[in-house]
Every structure is written in structure tokens, then in C-alpha cells.
Design a protein around this ligand. Structure first.
Ligand SMILES: [Zn+2]
Ligand SMILES: [Zn+2]
Length: 151
């Protein structure tokens, strides 16, 4: 992988830094009500990456475990500024879901799908040509959509 392909990111205060050294598997936005609560916002962005593709800097993020849709997930966050950097779950071993808004450069990716449009805020009017799902599609579909976008 060449240098330009390396994507660096950090929390808001800059204490926790990371580098994505491999290709993401997919990236999507989720409008489910739990993601709205979790983020305190209208929807979330997630980028699924292999844990091997994530290189950590000298300061590791802190972790907290909780239940999300009946699955135990781990939130990885900066202890100083509480920015969430990624989530992981034993349900999907070996993978992390990065919060891609934490990349220093956010111009190189866009989500391949909007999930859970059935619970999207009514003022969210999307005209971006990105595929929409009323509920939760198979992860395999989201991975295929990302691969199509790379061609
Ligand atoms: Zn921080
Ligand atoms: Zn969600």
C-alpha cells in the first residue's frame, strides 16, 4: 500500500491518533433510533475495517461495553475529550466500525447506503443517489456496494 493511501485520524483533542493502513470493507450511514440516541444526532456514519488495518498511536483509546440491539458492543473513545473513534463487537470478531468523521481528511469516502430510513428524521430529505434501505440489509450487500464503487 502506498503512502497516499494511508488515512490518519484522531479524536477532537488530538490525544488519540490512528492510521488506517488497509482498505475499508464498507461505509454506511444509519438512521435507526438507537444510532440517533448513541450519537445525540440524526444519524451516524460507520466505516467497517479489519482490526489489522488499524494502527494505533502511542495513546490507546479507552473502552466501555454496553448493549446495542441486544448485542454487546465496545465503544473506543478518548479518555480526555470523549470522542468516539470506533466501535467493535464480539458479534463481528476482528472488525471495527470507525466513526469516519474522525479522519483528518474526510473527502476520500462517502457512504454506500442509508440504513433504517423507516426511522429517519422527517426533515432528512436525501437526494444524493445513494442506496436507501428501510431497515437493516445484510452486511454482505454493503460490502458489495463498496466494492462496486471502487471499480
Ligand atoms: Zn481526545
Ligand atoms: Zn443504527
Amino acid at each position: 500500500m502506498n503512502q497516499e493511501k494511508l488515512h490518519k485520524g484522531s479524536c477532537q483533542c488530538g490525544t488519540v491518533e490512528y492510521t488506517l493502513v488497509g482498505e475499508p470493507l464498507t461505509c454506511y450511514s444509519c438512521h435507526c433510533t438507537r444510532c440517533q440516541t448513541l450519537s445525540g444526532s440524526a444519524f451516524t456514519l460507520s466505516m467497517v475495517v479489519s482490526f489489522d488495518a488499524l494502527e494505533l498511536g502511542s495513546v490507546k483509546p479507552s473502552e466501555v461495553r454496553f448493549l446495542h440491539k441486544d448485542t454487546e458492543v465496545v465503544r473506543h473513545f478518548c479518555e480526555k475529550c470523549a470522542t468516539t473513534l470506533w466501535f467493535s463487537s464480539d458479534a463481528i470478531p476482528g472488525f471495527s466500525a470507525i466513526k469516519p468523521g474522525t479522519f483528518n481528511d474526510t473527502t476520500w469516502y462517502k457512504p454506500v447506503a442509508h440504513l433504517w430510513m423507516s426511522s429517519a428524521q422527517p426533515w432528512v430529505k436525501l437526494d444524493d443517489g445513494i442506496k436507501q434501505y428501510d431497515t437493516q440489509p445484510e452486511m454482505r450487500e454493503l460490502v458489495e456496494l463498496w466494492q462496486e464503487g471502487m471499480d
